[in-house]
Design a protein around this ligand. Sequence first.
Ligand SMILES: *[C@@H]1O[C@H](CO)[C@@H](O)[C@H](O)[C@H]1NC(C)=O
Ligand SMILES: *[C@@H]1O[C@H](CO)[C@@H](O)[C@H](O)[C@H]1NC(C)=O
Ligand SMILES: *[C@@H]1O[C@H](CO)[C@@H](O)[C@H](O)[C@H]1NC(C)=O
Ligand SMILES: *[C@@H]1O[C@H](CO)[C@@H](O)[C@H](O)[C@H]1NC(C)=O
Ligand SMILES: *[C@@H]1O[C@H](CO)[C@@H](O)[C@H](O)[C@H]1NC(C)=O
Ligand SMILES: *[C@@H]1O[C@H](CO)[C@@H](O)[C@H](O)[C@H]1NC(C)=O
Ligand SMILES: *[C@@H]1O[C@H](CO)[C@@H](O)[C@H](O)[C@H]1NC(C)=O
Ligand SMILES: *[C@@H]1O[C@H](CO)[C@@H](O)[C@H](O)[C@H]1NC(C)=O
Ligand SMILES: *[C@@H]1O[C@H](CO)[C@@H](O)[C@H](O)[C@H]1NC(C)=O
Ligand SMILES: *[C@@H]1O[C@H](CO)[C@@H](O)[C@H](O)[C@H]1NC(C)=O
Ligand SMILES: *[C@@H]1O[C@H](CO)[C@@H](O)[C@H](O)[C@H]1NC(C)=O
Length: 505
Amino acid sequence: MEISFNSPTRPPSTHLLFLLIIPFLYTLTWPCPAAAQELLKGFEATPNPSISSFQPLLNDSSGKFSFGFLLVNSTQLALAVLHVPSSEPLWIANSTTLSRWSDRTQVFFNGSLVISDPHTTFWSTQTQGDKLVLLNNSNLQIQRGLDNSNNVPTVLWQSFDHPTNTLVETQNFTSTMTLVSSNGLYSMRLGNNFIGLYAKFDSNYDQIYWKHKALQARAQIVEGGGPIHLRVDPDGWLGMYQNETAPVDVESFNSFQRTLDGLLMVRLEPDGNLKAYYWSGSSWVLDYQAISDTCDLPSPCGSYGLCTPGTGCSCLDNSTGFSSGECPGSGSYSTDLCTDPKTQNDTKVLRREGVDVPPYKELMRYETMPSLEECENTCERNCSCYGAVYNNASGFCYILDYPIQTLLGTGDDSKVGYFKIREGAKKKRVDPGLGVGIGLLGAAFLCLVGAIGFGSYKIWMNRRRVNRMLEEETGGAMSGPYKDLGSASFKSIEMCTATATAGHR
Ligand SMILES: *[C@@H]1O[C@H](CO)[C@@H](O)[C@H](O)[C@H]1NC(C)=O
Ligand SMILES: *[C@@H]1O[C@H](CO)[C@@H](O)[C@H](O)[C@H]1NC(C)=O
Ligand SMILES: *[C@@H]1O[C@H](CO)[C@@H](O)[C@H](O)[C@H]1NC(C)=O
Ligand SMILES: *[C@@H]1O[C@H](CO)[C@@H](O)[C@H](O)[C@H]1NC(C)=O
Ligand SMILES: *[C@@H]1O[C@H](CO)[C@@H](O)[C@H](O)[C@H]1NC(C)=O
Ligand SMILES: *[C@@H]1O[C@H](CO)[C@@H](O)[C@H](O)[C@H]1NC(C)=O
Ligand SMILES: *[C@@H]1O[C@H](CO)[C@@H](O)[C@H](O)[C@H]1NC(C)=O
Ligand SMILES: *[C@@H]1O[C@H](CO)[C@@H](O)[C@H](O)[C@H]1NC(C)=O
Ligand SMILES: *[C@@H]1O[C@H](CO)[C@@H](O)[C@H](O)[C@H]1NC(C)=O
Ligand SMILES: *[C@@H]1O[C@H](CO)[C@@H](O)[C@H](O)[C@H]1NC(C)=O
Ligand SMILES: *[C@@H]1O[C@H](CO)[C@@H](O)[C@H](O)[C@H]1NC(C)=O
């Protein structure tokens, strides 16, 4: 079994996760008495305190996948299905609270798969099955009996119906499911005729930032013909279907119709991108990415950052470098400017020429104003306004009514940004209430937060209106040449990577 930790083609989330799990992986010596191809009622297991990574409980017939205890955030236990050759978690049980990696925590199968300790039931499938089986496509199933007619067991529950951040080939993704990135910030859902990627910068609203509508080249979506679903095809494409006859959309990968032996997976990454990878036998090779230009990502340089195509990240406040990976002003709002009167007095103004609103700018609110001064005054007077961007050529004044994220750098000095920055506020880096699912890969989240400085996007006011506009108006996929932003831009992320690598070596 070979692992290449330094492979540039590894998914970034992997690096982050490895910070947690890899340093100790493959030093396992614990015998695995419970490992088998099915687990029956009465099965129970507790984590072995001497294992500090992954403890297999059930393998699939091919030996490529293993279900077991995954150590998360160095002390906590998650139930996971791993791709064994890469140690990559493909599925993690979505429990709101994680149990501790201790001998008081128990996993058992009594018809339900349950994680509990003497006080709490953390997670349960709430089924009444006969056995737990790991299929050779990584699907973990709870089965019951044998159907008399065709001799197949009834599936009561399967991990494929509860995806985490990853879809593997042959897995169906339906309109009732959600993929959530490991940091809990981004999610993927299906609309009636599109795939949508959403950012959760506020606990109340999800902002759509990428939308891919079905092209309907091979089949039309029939109104009232039922919801659409997705499937990763082993031939290198993501198919959108309404019925199984023909896909209503085909999003092809680099490996399109090339016969590859390796597993194909699609993952929603912590930067908000949707990527596909195939397993080459020694590393995960990037096969597709929904957003190819880094500056089109939802917040590539974090709060109060500036992303300039071809150059990379800098800060809106040009007196500071981006070297710390976090810009002045980021995380400065613990409440919005309206409800916390102190913010009114602490607020400073930052102006910057040559900046433009984010890539979904045509969907943002703007008013036509005769001058920059008027645009700024409109924002200054309104505590719902965090900033404004004025386009002197068109007279458009874009109002940013949410905590400032990454703006787009342009060479065009007629576009001027006006931003409120709260001074002297304590940096609030991690917001525990930010979203569900964070707990799962907590340290990955911490690492990412430190890296990109998402801090606390606590308040995202009045997003409903914009969301609706986006729903209605956003067109097809964003595209553009891929630009590597260079090492300086993502220094902190690389730092995490280096730590992980160093930790292992
Ligand atoms: C299951 O796989 C693990 C490695 O992932 C191995 O250590 C263990 O022996 C396997 N168990 C069985 C029963 O194949
Ligand atoms: C399995 O155990 C859980 C937790 O103790 C319990 O709530 C559930 O009723 C049990 N299920 C069966 C089928 O015994
Ligand atoms: C997986 O198992 C099925 C039967 O359950 C078999 O037909 C198929 O070839 C197997 N696939 C792989 C990749 O081993
Ligand atoms: C995990 O469960 C929560 C609700 O408890 C849900 O909001 C979230 O979307 C789930 N995560 C995934 C990946 O489905
Ligand atoms: C996905 O859905 C199709 C059509 O309903 C079905 O034939 C296929 O078996 C499903 N795949 C999995 C892995 O369940
Ligand atoms: C499935 O889609 C095809 C192509 O749009 C259509 O011809 C067919 O009638 C549909 N079948 C069902 C059962 O809806
Ligand atoms: C804000 O400043 C004004 C004038 O300097 C002062 O009167 C007011 O008390 C301050 N408000 C707060 C909440 O500090
Ligand atoms: C920073 O931006 C301001 C206003 O856009 C400009 O006047 C100043 O020269 C810039 N400073 C540096 C160091 O680039
Ligand atoms: C303040 O800004 C918000 C959000 O942009 C807007 O809905 C509201 O109408 C504005 N209030 C005033 C008084 O302009
Ligand atoms: C802005 O536009 C006005 C008239 O449209 C023009 O006089 C002025 O020079 C422009 N300012 C800049 C900075 O481009
Ligand atoms: C990760 O572990 C650290 C230290 O034990 C803890 O402070 C932090 O809250 C944990 N994060 C999550 C998301 O559980």
